[in-house]
Design a protein around this ligand. Structure first.
Ligand code: ZN
Length: 236
């Protein structure tokens, strides 16, 4: 096998390994993003419940203020009763007190409703907060594993890229370009074995003269069908 062919074979192995590592990295990064998404989903549920509770509490505060105002009105009206001179005025003030009390009862009902809603949403929020803590723990644990793996594959990638650069630098430029073009166009396989008279890249039969020339350790030959660069095993 020509020396350059040995180089190309090694180069292709490195490229395939680098591509595998790249795929692995992308998978890990996608998993990382999915985990962030899980966390964010629960976090936003908690935030939305908190916003709802805040709004209900603000409404309850308003009712409480209205209640205090009406209570004060009742107190004032009742204070006026002993000073009243006429029966007509007396009845009018009693009616005023009655109306204010009725209004207060309605306000109290509203306050109770708001309190019940707040309690119910607070229970939901507590549940979601517990879920958030559980998801958070699971995500953190998995993130630690993922970043460990990413670090590992990152190291492997830079080591193999270094080896790849050194191999590439030993090839003449036209051959390098030819190899790279074939890698792109032939699904990451530029260098293939020829066996039993056929190219194992495209499985087409090779012209016998071409096939036989591969055993004479001479020039690099390409498959006339798929253009891949051919080599033969010494034992063949
Ligand atoms: Zn072929």
């Amino acid at each position: 096998m020509p020396d350059k062919m040995l180089l190309l074979k090694d180069l292709q192995e490195l490229d395939q390994e680098l591509s595998r590592l790249g795929q692995e990295n992308r998978k890990l990064e996608a998993e990382q993003a999915a985990l962030e998404g899980d966390l964010e989903r629960v976090r936003s549920m908690v935030a939305s419940l908190t916003a709802d509770i805040d709004q209900l509490e603000a409404q309850r505060r308003e009712y409480n203020q209205a209640f205090a105002v009406e209570q004060e009105n009742v107190r004032k009206a009742e204070g006026r009763l002993p000073t009243i001179k006429t029966q007509k005025e007396y009845v009018a003030v009693l009616k005023e007190i009655d109306t204010a009390k009725k209004l207060n009862k309605e306000i109290q009902d509203r306050i109770q409703e708001k309190t019940a809603e707040i309690d119910s949403l607070s229970r939901d929020r507590l549940e979601k907060e517990e879920e958030l803590a559980a998801v958070s723990a699971r995500v953190q644990e998995r993130q630690a594993v993922i970043s460990g793996k990413l670090k590992e594959t990152g190291g492997e990638v830079s080591q193999k890229s270094g080896q790849r650069d050194s191999l590439l630098s030993q090839l003449p430029l036209p051959l390098r370009k030819r190899y790279q073009l074939l890698m792109e166009r032939r699904g990451g396989m530029a260098v293939v074995e020829a066996r039993n008279g056929a190219c194992l890249g495209c499985h087409m039969h090779l012209p016998p003269q071409l096939y036989n020339s591969l055993f004479r350790n001479g020039e690099i030959q390409a498959c006339p069908h798929c253009s891949r660069l051919l080599f033969v095993q010494a034992a063949d």
